[in-house]
Every structure is written in C-alpha cells, then in structure tokens.
Design a protein around this ligand. Structure first.
Ligand SMILES: Cc1cc2nc3c(=O)[nH]c(=O)nc-3n(C[C@H](O)[C@H](O)[C@H](O)COP(=O)(O)OP(=O)(O)OC[C@H]3O[C@@H](n4cnc5c(N)ncnc54)[C@H](O)[C@@H]3O)c2cc1C
Ligand code: SF4
Length: 334
C-alpha cells in the first residue's frame, strides 16, 4: 500500500524536442520508461511511489505534437494538444462539437489548461484500492477489493464488461472519440499504425493490467477525426457528484444523422460504466430508421440490459437508461 505521499523517487528526465528523439528514447528504455504529458495522472503516482520508472520522457517540448490541422476532410489533433485548446478550437467546435463539449467537461480550467487529449485518453483507472497501492488483480495480486470483498466500496465502479476487475475508464473524452469513429496514430521507433479509437481501449477480459493497447516503447502521437460525423447532431452529458472538478459517474456521447426526425445513422457510447467506453450497439441496431421520439421510448430498456450492478452502484443502470433517452431526444430535461 502507498504510504509516502511527499516526494518522488529519483529518475532520469529526458526532454526531447522531436518525435523521432522521443521514439528513440522510448525504444531504448522500453518498460523502464514513463511517458509524461500534462502530468496530472503521472506525478501523483510517482509521489505515491507506486510507479518508479528509470526514465521519464517529457513530451512537453515537442511542438509537432501540439495543435490541430486539416488533412483533406479530416481533422488531426496532436496528442499533446491541451484539453482547453480542444474545447475551444474553431474547427473542432464547428464540426465535431461533441469532442469540444466532452473536453470542456473534464475536471477544472486549471487541469484543462495543462492536461492533454492524449493523456486524457491514456490515463489509468481511478479505482481507489488500486490507486492506494492495494495488491488487487489489476496490480498483480489475487483479489478484487472493490468487487469481491463484502465490504467493497464500489459506488463508482463498473456495471458492464467486468471480468475480475470492476474498475472503470475515467476519461470524458474517450466516449466522444469512439462515437466520432476517431482513429488513433500510434508510433514506435520502427514505424507507426493507425487504429480505431474503439480498439484502443481494452477491458479486463483482454488484459486486466491496463486500459489501452499502448505497449512499452509506443507513443500516441495524434488523434484523427474523419469527416464521417462532421456537423452531425451530437449530444454529450456528464453526471457527476459536483458540477466541476469531478470525475463522471456516468456520461454519454452520441452522434446521429437525422432526416427530419428519422434516425439514419447513430452511435451511442457510455463512459464510466466499464473499463472501456461502452458502445450501446444493441440500442443502435434497434433504433436505426426509427423516429427519434419512438427510439427514445425504446432505448432505456435496452441501454441498461445486461448491467451487472454491484451493491453500491445500481443507480448507474438507471442513469445509463435515462441518459440514452435524453441523448436521443437531445434534451437534458427529459
Ligand atoms: C483532480 C483531478 C480531476 C480530474 N477530473 C477529470 C474529469 O473530470 N474527467 C476526465 O476525463 N479526467 C479527469 N482527470 C484526469 C485528467 O484529465 C487526466 O489525468 C489528464 O487529462 C491526463 O492527461 P495529462 O496530459 O496530464 O497526462 P499524464 O498524466 O502525463 O499522462 C497520463 C497517462 O497517459 C500516458 N500518456 C500521456 N500522453 C501519452 C502519449 N502521447 N503517448 C503515450 N502515452 C501517453 C502517460 O504515460 C500516463 O500513463 C482529473 C485529474 C485530476 C488530477
Ligand atoms: S476494481 Fe480492479 S482496480 Fe479496483 S480493486 Fe478491483 S481489481 Fe483492483
């Protein structure tokens, strides 16, 4: 368990100024390296002495990882672009307002000014047992304190897709990127690949020790928004205990193409209910071609279907159902 919260263990700090140099360092140190972006997730874990990397690679000096550019019909966002920039960039606001809204919902202005889009989607879970240094399954131990202990505190934990671990992915922007069919650019010193945002995140059924597919030596360099959902009808809503500076209890990101009120295309994605953004595929299939009002009546039952609630988080299934309805109506008061 973590008991020291006042100082970081020593490490070698590298401050590359190009992606090539960062990739070379990441390749050289592999699993001994830690990638540092805005530091909001990273520094806390160093101070708690739960992560003791030999080398820290600070991406803060790499200009090519920052900013938003157009590439044909796509928008390409550098991984080190701050959440504040994402929330107010004119092209993102005009064409992909869903992401701008999700970024604006993260934490507080101070955190958004320094926290990055790449760091936000690559951040680790906030399960308090794990963050507190308890040796649970995710930390390589033999139990899940939140889900298996009769005293487990699981109010903020998963209702979907939990196998062994009931931790959730805390990112507000991740569900929006999945709804927008974003593509993530991942590079190492040998080359790069692009994958769908949906395939970036992993649940405990695939790997209980991490929330995404990034391997040692790899960097997330950019987030690409294809024109597919540009200018669509969007809905984002976050429910949290406090209106600011608080993680989601549940959130929803939705993209729709409507002809009059008929749904021609739709993607609905819940956040903070599973270890990865949770796509409501069954709802999407059932409401395709329907009038949005009729869809909103049908969706709540399907949205909560299969929820495996824990002793303290049954409210999340109710929230998921109601958020699906509101998203389809586009009405936060519904
Ligand atoms: C008090 C508080 C409240 C918060 N509230 C919210 C909230 O409401 N909603 C929300 O979504 N988040 C919230 N967060 C999380 C915060 O937004 C994220 O921790 C932050 O966005 C992480 O981004 P960062 O740039 O600080 O990344 P860092 O902390 O530097 O990195 C986070 C993780 O991502 C990895 N990483 C970062 N960039 C890259 C890259 N380019 N390639 C490969 N790996 C990378 C790092 O190695 C690390 O594991 C909160 C955090 C705090 C401290
Ligand atoms: S929910 Fe996951 S991270 Fe939390 S105690 Fe259980 S195994 Fe560990």
């Amino acid at each position: 368990m973590a008991i020291i919260r006042d100082g970081m263990p020593p490490f070698d700090l590298f401050r590359p100024t190009s992606v090539d140099d960062a990739l070379a360092l990441a390749g050289r140190f592999g699993a001994d390296a830690w990638i540092l972006a805005g530091g909001f997730d990273s520094l806390e874990r160093f101070k708690d002495r739960l992560k003791r990397p030999k080398a820290v690679i600070d991406l803060g000096g790499i200009g090519e990882l920052r900013g938003v550019r157009r590439d044909g019909g796509d928008l390409v966002i550098g991984a080190m672009t701050t959440l504040a920039e994402v929330s107010r960039h004119p092209d993102i606001c005009e064409r992909f307002g869903l992401l701008a809204e999700a970024a604006a919902a993260v934490a507080s202005p101070q955190i958004r000014n320094q926290g990055t889009l790449g760091g936000n989607i690559a951040q680790d879970t906030r399960c308090w047992y794990y963050r507190g240094g308890w040796t649970c399954y995710r930390a390589g131990g033999g139990t899940c304190f939140a889900g298996e202990s009769p005293q487990g505190q699981n109010r903020e934990h998963a209702i979907f897709g939990a196998e062994g671990c009931v931790a959730v992915n805390p990112s507000d922007t991740a569900p929006a990127l999945v709804a927008l069919e974003a593509r993530l650019v991942i590079e190492n010193h040998k080359g790069g690949r692009e994958i769908a945002a949906e395939d970036f995140f992993v649940g405990p059924d695939k790997d209980i020790t991490r929330l995404n597919i990034l391997a040692p030596g790899e960097l997330l360099t950019a987030i690409r928004l294809p024109a597919t959902w540009s200018g669509a009808t969007f809905y984002f809503e976050k429910v949290s205990d406090r209106p600011v500076w608080d993680f989601s209890l549940v959130n929803i990101a939705t993209a729709m193409r409507l002809r009059k009120d008929r749904i021609e295309q739709v993607r609905l994605v819940l956040g903070a209910v599973a270890a990865r953004p949770w796509r409501l595929s069954e709802v999407e299939a059932a409401i395709m071609g329907c009038d949005r009002n009729a869809a909103a009546e049908a969706a709540p039952r399907l949205a909560a279907k299969g929820a495996a609630v824990l002793p303290h988080n049954g409210y999340k299934a109710v929230l998921a159902a109601n958020l699906a309805k509101r998203a389809l109506l586009g009405n936060k008061d519904a």
